[in-house]
Every structure is written in C-alpha cells, then in structure tokens.
Design a binder for this molecule. Sequence first.
Ligand code: AMP
Length: 422
Amino acid sequence: MDIIKAPRGVRDILPDEAWKWAYVLETSRKVAGFFGYNEVHLPLFEHTELFSRGIGDSTDVVEKEMYTFLDRAGRSLTLRPELTASMVRCYLEHGMSKKVQPVKLWSAGPMFRYERPQKGRYRQFWQLDVEALGSEAPEVDLEIIAFAIYLFNALGLSNLEVVINSVGCPVCRPGYRDALKRYVGSNFDALCNTCQNRFERNPLRILDCKNERCREIMKDAPGIVDYLCVECSEHFKRVKEGMTILGINYKEDKNLVRGLDYYTKTAFEVLSGELGAQNAVCGGGRYDNLAETIGGPHVPGVGFAAGIERIVLTMEGQGCDFGQQPGIDVFIVTADDLAKNKALKLLYDLRREQISVDMDYTGKSIGSQLKTASNKEAKLACILGGVEIEKGVVTVKDLRKGSQSEVANDSFIDYVKANLAG
Ligand code: AMP
C-alpha cells in the first residue's frame, strides 16, 4: 500500500480547481438566499439505521455502498451517503414542525459511497442539497425544480435536460408493482442476475438498471403514470402546469424511479450531455413518508441533490465562466535585510487595506523575486533596495504595462490603491 497516495476513488481538490468550487458554492449560496433557503451544517456520520431504514435496505446505496464502522463503544455508524435522511432527522430532532412550513434548508459538503470510481463518480464527492420540509403543495416541488434550473442558469450551464416522472405513493404503487411484475415475469430469464434478484424484493429498481439488455426489455414496461391514484395524478399535473408557467422545458420519462426508496410522487433529474455515462448533474423528488420510516410523525418533503464535481466538470466542458481566479495584486521585492524589515511593515500595511500582497522569505535574488512576481501574476512589483531606503521611496513597477515609477513612502499606499483600481 502506497500511503503517499490517497485511497482509491477519493482525490485532493487542488487550488487550481478549488477556486472554481468556491464560485459554484458562492453562487449556490446566493440562489439559496433568493429562494429563502437557510444553510445548515449536518454531521458527516449518523446512526447506520437512519440510512438503512430511510434510504431502504434493498437499494444499492445501503446494500453495497455505505462506509459503515463500529465506534469504540460498539455503535454502528455510517459516513453519510446522502443528506436527505439527515435533513429529516435534523427537522425532527429540533422540533421544526413548530416553525412556518415548509422549513427550507440547504447544505453542501462531502458524501461517501463505495462505488466503482470513474469520470464523475467518486467515493468521496460533494453534494449541494436543498430540501423543503413540511408541505404537500405541488408548488413546492416546482420551487425545488426551479431552484436547480435557476442555479444552473446562474452558473451559465446550457444544454441541460430536465426529466420528470411520478413514482406514486403507497396507495397506487402496489397496483403498479403487480403490473410491472407481470410484465417483467414474462421476460425474467433475459434479465441480468441483479435484476432477477430485484424481482421479488424491489421490482421498481429494475427500471433503473443500466444493463443494455434490461434497458431494452424495460422500454416497453408499463409506466407508473398510468397507475397513479387521483391524488398523485393531480399532483403531477399541477407540477407540470407550473413548469409550463415558468417556461421550464422538461421530458417525461416513465422509467425514472431514482436509486433511493423514499421517493413518492415527483421524481426528477437534470442531465448533461457533457458527462458521459454519469450524466446526472442533479436528482431529487418528493419523499412524503421518509419521516415516518425513520420513526417520526408524517412530514412531507421534497428536495434535490446536485453533485459539485459534476457541475464543475460540465461547466469546464462548456467553457463556462468561473469569475476571477484569486491571485495576488502586489509582490514586494527586497534587496537586503534592511529592506526586508521595511518591506515587512509595508506588507502588513497593505494587507490591512485589504490588498492581496506577498513577498519572498527565502532570500532569492532580485531577479528571481521579480520572476516570482510575474509567475504569481502580480499586477505591481514594489521594489525596495538601498537606494529606495535612502531616498524614502518605493520603486513601483507595473507588470501589466512594464512602466516604473518612484513613489514617496507617505503616498505609497494611496498610489498602490489608485493604481490597482485604475
Ligand atoms: P443521488 O443522491 O444518488 O440522487 O445523487 C444526486 C447527485 O449527486 C447526482 O446527480 C450526482 O450529480 C451526484 N453524485 C451521486 N453519486 C456520486 C458519486 N459517486 N460521485 C460524484 N457525484 C455523485
């Protein structure tokens, strides 16, 4: 084992990429503000049972992908594979049903799933998670979908496809499940092994299978939309009407069921052609029974999670703008120790004025300090040598124009400020 190499499926987000993440997260924070969602920070691990009951024992996430461990007191804990169950737990634990409903929350951070790593799929990955808890209204489903679209528009993403479906509720799903089993049963031998196992335990999962043969078979499977009860059907209709009112283009996909068992009624994904096999930038839906499943009262909810890595990959693929890459504006170049003392003072005077500035501490020559200044893409190099100290000036070199001037000590800060602003 090479311990100077991160474990498989996890990676460092280096500065060259981290600033892009910061842009995505800052934009998300702004959009959350416009939509009235408040930020929460949730634990990275929870009781294993929260996920096994909440997400569903027969889902891929719970069956194969969780990082579960015993702590020193022998409790079974799991690194969070997603945030919805934790959000609902947080709502219940803090008695949020007493607040104005829906309670609108968002959070961003790392999730952990033991999946086969590939482009856009990692074992530690970040999600932006947005949830509205405590309302049955279809307008809240609409708001969640609109939030995702508004965010992706704000980030400059294009060519995205919104796919939606309704996965029904405990009233209408059993009828559909039977119809699906009848259909699948007549094609049973042609299914992959995984789907043959799913047949009894969780036949809806078969709709989700990525195996080509299974997909081909499932193309003609009955759609749940034809089995929805009146309530689910009306709800779905209203969500779609809302999408039309807001001008959000969407495609209905009768086979969209999503990988987690807690969904009821609306399920949706936003897909990008940029991502290859892992093409979902975001996925979400309604989960009216999740709170009860984990032992709480009835709390309807709806939300989505978007993968930050996939957003950044899509933005890079489409040449989107990430704003300004942070860099330093000023680099101070010193000739000797005496100059260094004066430079230290200037360094902190400038930082106090909120100017980004750096200097060399390693005793490089003036020439290589100037090279560092250009490598760091500083706009100004401020040179302090014996002559400058004697004359009470700083030589300011504009690295953008190549021009140079001597600036008196007492007007130095104002000069730098004016020059950077100009
Ligand atoms: P899910 O929680 O499975 O509904 O996923 C929601 C979103 O999280 C997906 O649309 C992806 O953008 C992202 N995502 C899920 N799993 C991974 C993973 N293993 N690596 C990177 N992103 C992921």
